[in-house]
Design a protein around this ligand. Structure first.
Ligand SMILES: CC(C)(COP(=O)(O)OP(=O)(O)OC[C@H]1O[C@@H](n2cnc3c(N)ncnc32)[C@H](O)[C@@H]1OP(=O)(O)O)[C@@H](O)C(=O)NCCC(=O)NCCS
Length: 216
């Protein structure tokens, strides 16, 4: 290519770029940013182990065999009242959707919490673009108050820290949910503030935000 051809080619590219509307470029950049964020959170998610063992519990992927216990335990108004996103009443269909679809999503990492091989609840991370992984959990009511929530949360946090990819973990709980706030505080989370919920099950109620920075 001689210098005249090169100049013509450069001019052509410049004209082509000039013709692309700025809004289109911005939309493409946004899409690329979202795709990169999804890829990065998928990498973070996939660093976690398939199985986590604590003193009394085993955390592992939800399986079809959990459906009956999941439906029975999750169909509880007291649990629904504390979670931002849980269907109620909780049906067999919801249980199957959770196991087969929800827990497979790129932005979720869900563990079935099991005690003596029986399903007793869920511990999870949610990955939203631009946010640190967010810890979420619930246990079936017959298992409350025995230190199992604390044990399961600490098990998952320890496994997450071992990957080196979870320097910051976020969590939220209704400010009135003393048990959940205590689970977080006992795991080392620091309360960073409170704001009224703008969506989900808790509109208008005070939500406490927590953050856990991994010690170096
Ligand atoms: C939150 C939850 C997982 C806690 O699990 P758990 O196994 O009952 O909790 P633990 O036994 O480990 O107790 C943790 C702390 O909370 C305290 N606690 C437990 N239940 C409590 C209650 N009803 N009221 C006040 N404090 C309570 C315990 O005393 C303990 O604190 P301590 O060690 O200072 O005494 C469980 O209650 C649950 O699933 N609740 C419904 C769903 C939910 O709230 N999920 C979290 C949404 S953010």
């Amino acid at each position: 290519m001689d210098s005249r051809d090169r100049k013509a080619a450069v001019t052509k590219v410049a004209v082509t770029l000039k013709d692309v509307p700025i809004a289109g470029l911005n939309a493409t950049a946004k899409k690329l940013e979202t795709a990169a964020a999804r890829l990065s959170s998928r990498r973070t998610r996939d660093m976690l182990p398939g199985k986590i063992e604590t003193k009394r519990l085993v955390l592992r992927a939800p399986i079809l065999g959990d459906a009956t216990a999941l439906e029975k335990l999750a169909n509880n108004q007291k649990i629904y009242d504390m979670l931002a996103r849980l269907p109620h009443p909780y049906t067999r269909r919801d249980a199957m959707f959770f196991i087969g679809t929800f827990s497979q999503r790129a932005e979720e990492r869900c563990y079935a919490v099991t005690l003596d091989e029986a399903f007793i609840g869920v511990m999870s991370f949610h990955y939203a673009p631009g946010h640190a992984p967010e810890l979420g959990y619930w246990l079936g009511e017959p298992h409350w108050g025995k230190g199992l929530g604390t044990e399961a949360a600490n098990g998952l946090i320890e496994a997450a820290h071992a990957t080196g990819q979870y320097a910051t973990i976020e969590a939220r709980a209704l400010a009135s949910n003393i048990a959940s706030c205590r689970v977080l505080e006992k795991a080392g989370f620091v309360r960073t503030g409170e704001h009224p919920a703008v969506g989900g099950n808790h509109i208008g109620q005070a939500i406490a935000s927590f953050v856990l920075e991994q010690k170096r």
